[in-house]
Ligand binder design. Structure first.
Ligand code: ATP
Length: 247
């Protein structure tokens, strides 16, 4: 048996596993109760996508891997759902791409930020930013704007999975290159992203890591070519078409 007393061969294994991890995250005060609602919305889109990584999402994950390797200062933003669902996969992605991890929340409380930092450290992260909160993203109200000066504020490339639309737009307006993972291609956050990955974080995060590993020895011009040949509008259109016509 597995983490959830359901065999991996069960047709709803992955979905049940994520539900279990979020439920546990809420109980531990890592994810917020609103995270359950956000997850429900994502699950519906995943169902319509066939709970698989579609080709255009795989291409987006490859572009994301290349973009993170090219970055001067890449930062991976971690919220409660991500910390609950894929803590180890996120830490591994940070290590393969040389990125910082920063806890950053929509419903921010210092207590929950600290719990996420502790949770990631318990899973092997050495440093997790987010507690300093000594800078602000312009154009957002006080609590939602807080970031670390030497983290997201300084980053040139930010991975923001499951981000809300306002913050995604505000980060893009700061001139940051944004990579967004979101199952809803119609949501504002993937639409604000330079690289939207329409896929479940449980598949997308290890997939970006795998691509980044495969590209580790590529030279800068090759990485640049991968990023430049990626078209965010095409990726979003392809995901929407898949949802509307293939489910
Ligand atoms: P926006 O403000 O960007 O329009 P929204 O109001 O749809 O977004 P929320 O409900 O705050 O966004 O956030 C949930 C988003 O996260 C949804 O778009 C949902 O599809 C996505 N989501 C939820 N769970 C996952 C997951 N496991 N993997 C990828 N995306 C997910």
């Amino acid at each position: 048996m597995t983490e959830i007393d359901v065999p991996e061969s069960h047709p709803r294994y992955e979905s049940l596993l994520i539900r279990h991890r979020i439920e546990r995250g809420v109980k531990a005060g890592i994810a917020s109760p609103q995270g359950l609602i956000a997850h429900g919305r994502g699950e519906a889109f995943d169902y319509l996508l066939g709970e698989q990584t579609i080709q255009s999402a795989d291409e987006a994950a490859r572009a994301a891997g290349a973009q993170l390797l090219l970055a001067r200062h890449p930062v991976l933003s971690v919220n409660g759902n991500v910390a609950s669902i894929v803590p180890e996969e996120f830490i591994e992605l940070a290590s393969v791409t040389g990125a910082d991890l920063e806890a950053n929340l929509f419903n921010r409380t210092d207590e929950r930020i600290q719990r996420i930092v502790d949770h990631l450290k318990a899973h092997g992260a050495e440093t997790v930013k987010g507690t300093a909160a000594d800078e602000r993203i312009p154009g957002l109200d006080h609590e939602r704007a807080k970031v670390d000066a030497d983290g997201i504020y300084d980053a040139d490339v930010v991975l923001v999975p499951l981000e809300d639309g306002d913050r995604a737009s505000a980060l893009a307006e700061m001139g940051k290159t944004e990579i967004v993972i979101d199952l809803n291609p119609l949501s504002r956050s993937p639409q604000a992203a330079a690289i939207p990955i329409v896929d479940n974080v449980i598949r997308a995060v290890p997939n970006i890591t795998e691509h980044a590993r495969a590209l580790a020895d590529a030279d800068e011009s090759e990485l640049q070519a991968i990023v430049e040949s990626f078209d965010p509008d095409d990726a979003l259109e392809d995901a929407e078409r898949t949802i509307r016509t293939e489910s």
